[in-house]
Write a protein that binds this ligand. Sequence first.
Ligand code: GCU
Length: 427
Amino acid sequence: MKSFLHRAALAVSGLAFALVASASQAADIAPPNYDESKVPQFTLPDPLVTQDGTQIKTPEEWREKARPEILQLFKNEMFGEYPEADLSKLKFEEIKTVDALDGKAIRKEIRIFFDYPNKTPKADLMVLIPKDAPKPCPAFLMPNFQGNHTTTSDPTVTAVECPNRTRNANQTPESVRGVAKSRWDYDAIISRGYAVATVYYEEIEPDFSADFQYGVHTIFTNFNKDADNYPAAISAWAWGLSRALDCLQTIPEIDAKKVIVAGHSRLGKTALWCGANDERFAAVISNNSGCGGAALSRREFGERVDRINASFPHWFTKKFHTYGDRVNELPFDEHELIALAAPRPVYVASAEDDQWADPKGEFLSCLYAEPVYKLFGLEGLGGVTEQPKVNTPVGATIRYHIRTGKHDVTSYDWEQYLNFADSIFKK
Ligand code: GCU
C-alpha cells in the first residue's frame, strides 16, 4: 500500500521547521505525520545481507563486501560521490595564533585553500587547543552555521564575509558575532582536555542550489553535473570536513587519530556521511540530524523524503528526488548510515521538542545498526532496546540520548559528548 495513505494531517510544533524550510516549494506535499499509530509498516534492509543474498558472518566480510556495497548505494542513490582529494592543491595558511578563553587555550585560525594557487574556494578553520592538557590531544571537528565568529563573542575572531543563507542584505558579518555561542561550550570542552575545531559550512559550499558555481563544487570537475551521482551539497560539506582533518593532521598539538566528527541538523547529516566515507575519523556524532541523517526514512514521521527533497533539492542527488513517494524502494535506510561508522563509536542525539527530526526514528536507526557492531564483538546500545526516557543517555559503542527542549545543541549535549569521548580516549 502506498505510504501516503498513512499520513496524518496533524500540525504540531515541528511544523514550524517545515514552514521555514520552504513553504512554497513544498506546498503540494502532504502535511507531516506526528502520530505514532499512523507510522506505516515497513521492512528494513538487513545490513548483514548483501544485494546478492549473501549472509555476512565476519568483520572481514563486512569490510570487504557489505560495507563497500552499502557505501556505494548511498553514493549512487542519495548523496553522490565523495571525490578523491588532490592533496597537491591543498594549502594551509596560518592567519592567527592567539591566546583565548582567559589564557586557557590557544586559538589558531588557518585558511584552507582547496585549489592552491587559486585563492578560491577557501575556508577558515578555527581551532582551540587546551594549554594545560597532555599533548597531542584528542579533538572535536564540528562545522558551524553562520561563521566562526558567531560561535564566540571574542572580538578577535575573523568575521566571515561569505554569502550567508541567514543573513539578509543589511546584516553585516559583525552583527552576528556570538549569536550561536550557546551552542559551543568551549569552556567545558577545553577544561576537559579536548581541542575543538570549527569551520563555516557555507565557506565550503554555499547552501543554495545555484548550480554549484561557488564553493568546492568548482573543483569537482571530474564529475558530470547532470549525472545521478554528482556530489550533492551534503557530500561537498562532508568532503570539506575531510580536508579540515587533513589540516588538523599538520598541527602537532592535536592527535589526528583521535578526532571526532560532529554536526547538528543538516550538518549532523553531513557528519554521518563524512564519518562513513572518511575512516580516519575516530568517532561520529549526529546531533538532531533527522530526515536524511539518523532518522529512518521508512517511518515517514515528521519531515519526510518527499518534503526534504522539495525544500532542499541541492542536498541530495537527482536519483534521491525520485524516492519521495516510494521510500520502501530505497535499497538502504538510515540504520545503515549509522552502521557505516562501525566499528567506530557513534553518538546519536535527539531532542524531545524536535519531532520534525523524528527522535524515535533516530533511536531505531541505532538499534537496527547494532548487528553490525555485534559482528565486531562490540556492545552497540548495550542491551537497550527501547527508546530511553528524556535526559537518560544510554549505550556503549553506539550511544543515544533524547534531551528535553528544542532542536539545538546545548551544554547538556556537550557534556554527553565529552563523556563519550572520555570513554573512547581515556579508558
Ligand atoms: C530544516 C530541515 C532539516 C534540517 C534543518 C537544519 O528544518 O527540514 O532537515 O536538519 O533544517 O539543518 O537546520
